[in-house]
Design a protein around this ligand. Sequence first.
Ligand SMILES: Nc1ncnc2c1ncn2[C@@H]1O[C@H](COP(=O)(O)OP(=O)(O)OP(=O)(O)O)[C@@H](O)[C@H]1O
Ligand SMILES: [Mg+2]
Length: 363
Amino acid sequence: MLQDPTLQDKIAVNINELSLAYGKTTILNNISLKLPQGQTLALLGPSGCGKTTLLRLIAGLLPPTKGNISINGTIVADAASGTFLPPEKRHLGMVFQDYALWPHMSVAGNVSFPLEMRGINRSEREKRVKTALKRVGLGGFENRSISDMSGGQQQRVAIARAIVAEPKIVLFDEPLSNLDRELRENMVTEIKQIVTNLGLTAVYVTHDQSEAFALADQVAIMRSGHIEQLADPQNLVANPANTQVADFLRLGCVMPVEYCSQDYKIRGTSYYLQTPQYSPDHGHNHSHVLIPTRAISATSSHDDSVTAIVLRSQFRGDGHLTTVRIGDDNFTHEITYLDHIPRPQGSQTALAIDHSQLRWFSN
Ligand SMILES: Nc1ncnc2c1ncn2[C@@H]1O[C@H](COP(=O)(O)OP(=O)(O)OP(=O)(O)O)[C@@H](O)[C@H]1O
Ligand SMILES: [Mg+2]
């Protein structure tokens, strides 16, 4: 078998300048990443950005147009040399959005399937199916029919099937999107426990930020077939790479700024912002600033505040989510912040901004 020449110890999945096109349409463009063994990577992005396609490439359900993929040091796909290992030779477990279970078969029949494919004998199969079902909290459910299981239980059967052959890597494609919110939150915790207990490496596709942040060591923010930023959740929130990432993660309001009288002001206002001293971009080429939601508060002081008109206010349990408009006739912007009182629509209010929390962008 071909060995990856750049083999590095303990890298479970190594993706190198990977692209995929259907005819002339590029779906994935030049994706590179390294996933260490035992870590979970979330692929997070809007519908159609290429998450499932990337997962299918890792799984071996599609060959890449360019680039290569190694799994635990073995090249499993390489466009240049035409190397392509089929899914069954990659030793991965897979969990899909629609579970892909056979409804006419029993729970044990479904979970046992990957073992049958490998020609494992009956008594060994029964033993392993039992263990896998116990691991997902379904011990004793062997003979139940799939159609008599709830959505959450069916998803656990799908997870049991993915881990029954004891793969080291499991791929999840939006496994919880058919479940209601409460069940989804519980299942995220369960999946995390299973992944940790079994020491699995996981790639987890989702468009749900809270799922990605709860589960993943690293999150790849994808947009239009490429990775915008790859970082751990804390780092993504603290240092979004660009305005698209800040917008996608809903970190606050991204505002255009202009340089004027040796300082930056929000476009369309006369509100000046303190540029941080340490800014690497001190050449005055900032174009946008992110004002995190938590950096904005209502104030009674008119010094150093920005005047806003209230558009709407919505009670949210922990306060009133208030959307206001700032700016002049040429540039108006909407800002949303949490207020402690409801404010009437059309009323004027003053906002204070904590400048130490601003993030600057030049794109
Ligand atoms: N067989 C195909 N032929 C042509 N285009 C395809 C094919 N499969 C997927 N695409 C396109 O590739 C793009 C990425 O699809 P993909 O399913 O990877 O997105 P996704 O991020 O998983 O989206 P979602 O969150 O909706 O599942 C989409 O624009 C899709 O229409
Ligand atoms: Mg998808």
